[in-house]
Write a protein that binds this ligand. Structure first.
Ligand code: SF4
Length: 428
């Protein structure tokens, strides 16, 4: 007998009407993803074709993480480029030639588009093709956009991974692909649990090195570890791979459901599944119970930012005893977050996209105990006496799977505790 679904049969918020917003939005651009991608892909280099603003964003966001030989840089578009007076393609060729002659360790080069390169319509796909012909097989050159016109901050990773899918070789092997850039230690936890159930071979996109490349085809099944990978999901399906839909592995329940969906696909017996998951499940349950004490009975409001909002709202409402007032997400892909929507406790407004002033009005009227939002909104809301959590921290911190479930709850309870302490100090 194979694994049963551990989830109750419910349609939660799957049928809830979505408030569609198409106004001004307050989010970082997709260049931000380079900060975590460059650490995962050890022989890749991300060359942003952008302005000094783009360079400053990367430098300040990466800050102390810059090594002697960084794996990202910015080719600055000068005023002459922007005015169309110089041939930016020629200049790009010469920057890349210099870079690759100095850095023979680079095996994958990503040309990353930005707002300025988009405005002058610099054709980076053509540049990548031309450079691939010049530098193959030693270096593979790909391109994607991290521009703030096109992408929110987690979409940079999606665009990067989606650019890699068309060049994966064809494979007929039955393989599991885990898709999404996770911290190594977290990724290893997932692989270890799946391997103990007898599931394999397991591939990870992105692979740490170009030489670890693997194929994709009709016998590939894939599980997403991040909910913001809509384009990558579509690119893999175009290559014939099949998605294993599941709630995302946040918290004990989400992790168990995610593992169970994969275990079902691979025909794992229930007793094997239970034996492998029992101890970490128990640890996760206890850690969440402890870390979520101060969250129980509290309300939460999500501004759209990372696309993690729906799975996190599911975790906070079902495992931490919170009530969601509004769950805003930049995009809602039903085929990706549908299983989380099924479980999300009914009641919150679901909103897609943003019209920031209207949403701020709703938030101020609701006075939630905790507001999850981007950095640009957090400071003004804190000044108004609201307690906030920076959404970007949820992407930079290890939060997936059983062993991080307590830390995930802790990320939300910490600002509430801090606010409580500040009130106490003020009263003394
Ligand atoms: S890509 Fe656009 S939004 Fe991002 S740093 Fe550059 S100019 Fe700013």
């Amino acid at each position: 007998m194979t694994v049963n679904s551990p989830l109750p049969k419910t349609t939660g918020c799957r049928e809830t009407p979505v408030l569609k917003q198409r106004g001004q939005r307050e989010v970082f651009c997709g260049l931000t993803g380079i900060i975590w991608l460059h650490r995962k892909m050890q022989d890749a280099f991300f060359l942003v074709i952008g302005s000094r603003t783009c360079a400053h964003l990367l430098q300040s966001a990466a800050g102390v993480m810059i090594f002697a030989e960084p794996r990202f840089g910015t080719a600055i578009l000068e005023e002459t480029d922007l005015a169309g007076m110089a041939d930016a393609q020629d200049e790009l060729d010469s920057v890349v030639a210099q870079l690759l002659s100095r850095r023979p360790d680079i095996k994958q080069l990503f040309l990353v588009g930005s707002c300025p390169s988009e405005v002058i319509k610099l054709d980076l796909a053509r540049a990548a093709e031309r450079m691939t012909q010049t530098y193959a097989p030693h270096v593979r050159v790909l391109n994607f956009s991290g521009s703030g016109i096109e992408t929110t901050f987690t979409q940079g990773e999606d665009a990067c991974l989606a650019s890699m899918v068309p060049v994966l070789p064809v494979s007929t092997s039955r393989e599991l692909m885990l898709v999404g850039a996770l911290p190594d230690v977290v990724e290893q936890q997932a692989i270890s649990l799946l391997t103990q159930m007898g599931i394999g071979p397991i591939r990870v996109l992105p692979a740490p090195r170009a030489a670890d490349q693997f194929g994709v085809g009709e016998n590939t099944v894939f599980a997403l570890t991040q909910p913001f990978l809509g384009d990558t999901h579509a690119a893999l399906e175009r290559r014939g791979a099949r998605h294993i839909a599941a709630p995302f592995p946040f918290g004990e329940e989400g992790t168990t459901a995610w593992l169970a969906a994969i275990a079902q696909e691979f025909g794992v017996a229930q007793d094997v599944f239970d034996r492998v998951t029992a101890a970490p499940r128990d640890r996760a349950r206890r850690a969440v119970a402890q870390a979520s004490e101060s969250l129980r009975g509290k309300t939460v409001f999500f501004f759209p930012d990372s696309q993690l909002e729906i799975p996190l709202a599911r975790f906070l409402t079902r495992e931490c005893g919170m009530t969601a007032i509004e769950v805003g997400a930049p995009y809602i892909h039903q085929n990706i977050v549908g299983p989380d929507l099924d479980l999300l406790v009914q009641g919150p407004v679901l909103s897609e996209g943003q019209d920031v002033d209207l949403q701020l009005d709703r938030c101020r009227a609701a006075r939630p105990d905790l507001t999850v939002c981007g950095l640009g909104l957090a400071n003004p809301l804190e000044a108004e006496g609201m307690t906030t959590k920076w959404a970007i921290e949820l992407v930079f911190t290890p939060v997936h799977f059983y062993e991080q479930a307590g830390d995930l709850a802790g990320l939300f309870s910490r600002p509430l505790r801090r606010r409580g302490l500040l009130k106490l100090e003020a009263a003394e």
